[in-house]
Design a protein around this ligand. Structure first.
Ligand code: XMP
Length: 318
């Protein structure tokens, strides 16, 4: 039977013999998978692991600084790169979901490539790919779900990087990744983090992206997620977030008529993201969060809750 301790032991030994004294580059995303992959590699090769954490300007509120601090606290050799402006400039005027994903993927590769060239003599690229990513990218080459959404975690890196790829988690599932992380001593707060898509808030802002929309959505999302934590609901939910809709609706504030943005909240339960159902959050919680959002976030006057299951809906709206 599979145990996390045995997995750590054999994987660290494998990584040591495979990599030896070579240098490895790894892109940290802030998520569980890349963090666990980095921690395993760090255990195996220490400072020869060079981590890069890119801020694409589409992360959650305060995420970049908070997570960078956590990485440093883990003793990882990590460099933070704030490329927000590059991403947001590249996204200007783009409103098609796949075009947005591709623009983000392209800029990520450019930024990552620039940064990895600064790590002299690196010969390996490590990735936090897990088994379901492998399956999805295989089916994306042919199956019926071929072009539904282009996940940019797998592949897509330019050939000229010419690095060998090492993926210590490619045979295991998310729950196993979390157990491995716990064995490695990572905090429950870190391991229990909800999944978050690579393109970040870009695919939760329906239509075109502006800095102002990112700011609005970060505030809304922050109130929702902090609310889930404060009410002890965060760990009961598999993934949660907010969508900024390309819709203005009429409201009233004092004696004034308003015509402002509408946001949709989404919270789902799932085991692997392939199917999902909406979570029956308590009405009192929804009432509080909705009031907080409308009162505190300028530019939003309406909050709705997404009660669609996957399939036929998807978790993200784009
Ligand atoms: P959907 O919306 O397809 O999402 O039901 C399933 C899971 O995948 C995440 N997701 C993405 N992750 N790049 C990512 O890294 C993407 O382009 C992307 N699109 C969706 C989504 O957040 C959910 O966890």
């Amino acid at each position: 039977t599979w145990t996390p301790d045995a997995f750590v032991e054999t994987t660290v030994a494998d990584l040591k013999s495979k990599i030896g004294n070579d240098r490895v580059i790894l892109g940290l995303s802030g998520g569980v998978d890349s963090t666990v992959a980095a921690t395993l590699l760090h255990k195996a090769i220490g400072k020869n692991l060079h981590c890069i954490f890119v801020n694409n300007g589409l992360l959650r509120k305060n995420e970049y600084t908070d997570v960078l601090k956590q990485y440093e606290g883990l003793g990882l050799n990590v460099k933070g790169v704030d490329a927000s402006a590059r991403f947001l400039d590249a996204l200007e005027g783009e409103s098609d979901p796949e075009t947005k994903r591709k623009a983000i993927g392209r800029v990520f590769v450019e930024v990552f490539d620039d940064e990895s060239k600064l790590v002299e003599n690196a010969t390996w690229l490590a990735q936090g790919t897990i088994y379901p990513d492998v399956i999805e990218s295989v089916s994306a080459t042919g199956g019926p779900s071929a072009t539904i959404k282009s996940h940019h975690n797998v592949g897509g890196l330019p050939d000229y990087m010419k690095l060998n790829v090492v993926e210590p988690l490619r045979m295991i599932f998310k729950d196993e990744v979390r157990r491995v992380g716990a064995t490695l001593g990572l905090s429950q707060e870190l391991l229990g983090r909800h999944p978050f898509p690579g393109p970040g808030l870009a695919i939760r802002i329906l239509g075109d992206i502006t800095r102002e929309k990112v700011r609005i959505l970060q505030e809304v999302d922050h109130i929702f997620i902090k609310g889930l934590r404060d009410w002890g609901l965060y760990d009961k939910v598999w993934q949660a977030g907010a969508m900024l809709l390309p819709v203005n609706s009429v409201g009233v504030m004092g004696d004034e008529r308003t015509y402002e943005k509408c946001v949709a909240l989404r919270a789902v339960e799932s085991t692997d993201g392939m199917t999902a159902d909406w979570v029956h959050l308590p009405y009192e919680f929804m009432q509080k969060v909705s009031n907080d959002i409308i009162n505190k976030v300028k530019g939003v006057n309406r909050v709705v809750y997404d009660i669609s299951s996957k399939p036929p809906a998807t978790i993200e709206w784009e």
